[in-house]
Design a protein around this ligand. Structure first.
Ligand SMILES: Cc1cc2nc3c(=O)[nH]c(=O)nc-3n(C[C@H](O)[C@H](O)[C@H](O)COP(=O)(O)OP(=O)(O)OC[C@H]3O[C@@H](n4cnc5c(N)ncnc54)[C@H](O)[C@@H]3O)c2cc1C
Length: 259
């Protein structure tokens, strides 16, 4: 489930959805759906039978490229109708670009638009910087999820030393005012140079809050900036300061033991 997100955040979402009576059946295959006047019965290959009023299925997006005659230009798409592109969004033909959903992940509105702007600049020989990896991802579940930058899994795989700074909304005045006891903001901080490597937010206004971390990361900032910054009270933005203090305390505890 949402394998591109931080696993702790996904666990939180799963817990929250279960709390709202959502049942998950992972790794199952649908064998058949029977539709009757009074409702539907879905039978799974494992033998489970699920009664429901309605069945909705969602299988991801497909590129609507079938009828474009791309093969006439010498281009092929994959099984989802998608095209491969290089870092400038050029297909294997220098004069044909592709952006947005038709090139796959992240397939979001803001990134698609920015890819289009980059492709257009490149196509007309204008100066263009690299789009980079600093693109925020927003998932409009209830509660929302948003992140920018690296994941714990990536950093662990690459043996990058990092510390986690955590802030829970329920410990913030604004979190209590908005009544969000589950929300959290997690900072991933480089354990040596203290730069911000990733920001992961779960809860109210996650897709807005992430941009503070994005701006700090974009400017190469460290958690020291967040520790020293004064944030309006009561706000959810304050979670940055709380999480930065948490990471600082953990790093300091380590330093003291090493000395
Ligand atoms: C249900 C849903 C909810 C979403 N919610 C969000 C969200 O909250 N935030 C977010 O960032 N993203 C969201 N997205 C993703 C976002 O909509 C897409 O990533 C974005 O629209 C991709 O832009 P695009 O230009 O690549 O494709 P599209 O926006 O799909 O544009 C493609 C256009 O090409 C046209 N077209 C297709 N074939 C032809 C043809 N042969 N000739 C001429 N025109 C053609 C289509 O009619 C369409 O207008 C959501 C997507 C879905 C499906």
């Amino acid at each position: 489930m949402l394998e591109f997100c931080d696993s702790e955040i996904v666990d939180s979402l799963r817990f929250h959805l279960r709390d709202l009576s959502v049942a998950f059946r992972f790794g199952e295959q649908v064998e058949r759906v029977e539709v009757a006047e009074a409702g539907t019965i879905t039978t799974l290959a494992s033998g489970k039978r699920i009664a429901a009023e309605t069945v909705m299925y969602s299988a991801g997006r497909q590129g609507a490229t079938d009828e474009l005659g791309l093969d006439n230009a010498g281009l092929e798409t994959n099984s989802r109708g998608r095209l491969d592109v290089d870092e400038h969004f050029r297909t294997k033909l220098d004069h044909i670009y592709a952006v947005g959903d038709v090139i796959g992940f992240p397939a979001l509105a803001a990134t698609s638009m920015e890819q289009g702007r980059h492709a257009a600049l490149h196509a007309f020989g204008e100066q263009v910087s690299s789009l980079g990896k600093m693109q925020p991802i927003g998932v409009y579940t209830i509660p929302e999820i948003s992140y920018v930058g690296r994941h714990e899994g990536d950093l662990t795989d690459e043996s990058v030393p990092y510390e986690v700074g955590l802030s829970r909304y329920r410990e913030l005045a604004r979190g209590q005012i908005v009544g969000d006891p589950y929300g959290m903001l997690k900072l991933l901080v480089h354990a040596e140079d203290r730069t911000l490597l990733g920001v992961h937010v779960f809860g109210t206004a996650a897709t807005d809050l992430v941009h503070i971390g994005q701006a700090v990361m974009g400017c190469g900032g460290t958690i020291d900036y967040l520790v020293d910054a004064v944030f309006n009270y009561p706000t959810l933005s304050e979670s940055y300061k709380v999480a930065a203090l948490d990471a600082t305390n953990k790093l300091r505890a380590l330093d003291r033991l090493v000395r």
